[in-house]
Each structure stands twice: as C-alpha cells, then as structure tokens.
Design a binder for this molecule. Sequence first.
Ligand SMILES: [Zn+2]
Length: 174
Amino acid sequence: MHQKLPNEIDPIRLAQNGLKLNGELSIKDMPRLCESLVTNEGSVDVDLAFDVDEINTPYMQGKLTTNVSMQCERCMSPMIVSLSVDCLLAMVISELKVAALAEQYEPWLLENNDPVSLNAVIEDELILALPIVPRHTEACIPNEVWSSGEDSDVEEDDKPVSPFAVLSQLKDKQ
Ligand SMILES: [Zn+2]
C-alpha cells in the first residue's frame, strides 16, 4: 500500500497538515551513502509522520528500515548491515532556535522555505546509523547480519587485548 514518495517536500507544510508519507526510496539515489557500501542495490522502507507539537514546533517522526552491504574491516568480505532507524527531527528555520529545542529532538535546520530533497534527509539519517567500523561480530561468519542497536557488543570488541591475555587463554585450552 505504498504511495510514490515525492522527490522534494515542504516539511513545514506537511507538519502543519499532519500528513504521513510512506514508501520506498532506492539506495542508488543516495550517492553519499553508497560511498560506504559494497553495492548500491536495494531500497529503504520509509515511514514518516509530520506534525506540530503542543508548543508549535513542527517535527518529523520517521522509521527507516533497510539492509545494506558493507565491507567487513577484519576479513574484507561483504557483510549485511541491517538498519532500523528511528528519528525525530524538529524543523528549525534559525540556528538561534536550535538551543531552545526540547531534548528529544534532533534539529533539522531549514535554510529557508525552499522545498527539501527527501532523499537527502533520509540519506543523512542512514549515514549516521552506519557502524563506524563495520565488522562481523566475534568470528567472521559469512552471511552474518549486523544490526543497528547492538553497539554495545562492538564497543566491547574494540578494547585492546594484551597479547599475554591471549597466550594465557591458549594455555588454558591445552
Ligand atoms: Zn568479517
């Protein structure tokens, strides 16, 4: 039941009218995102709700889901990265207003009242959600899927391991 998504939107007007947009965007139309990916195939499921909150801040609440392919920096083979991004962007016209935003919002600075590229906004959110160091977790298992929201595992993995700790582990196994 997907509608065709517009290339350009007027976010403030959408918010004032309380409109929803949902559909698919092609990954190949997001060149900055593609720079981090192995292939540009696939699409992003986009589910957006525009509204105005009780203190008159226009906002966009979005849910973006997609699977992209990145190169694992450990084994250099492609890995599937499953992204599920929830975003809450408040539209601000002036940078001065950014500081006054309620904490739950990410500021979305609009230069003026010109239409905005929907692709570019979604692309920015997806780029922010990509793993900084794409790596299969634990051993490099082909076809293993990395999912957003599992960052804690990755951080643990990043701790430097002393070679002596590795040696003692090997000894224990013998
Ligand atoms: Zn790997």
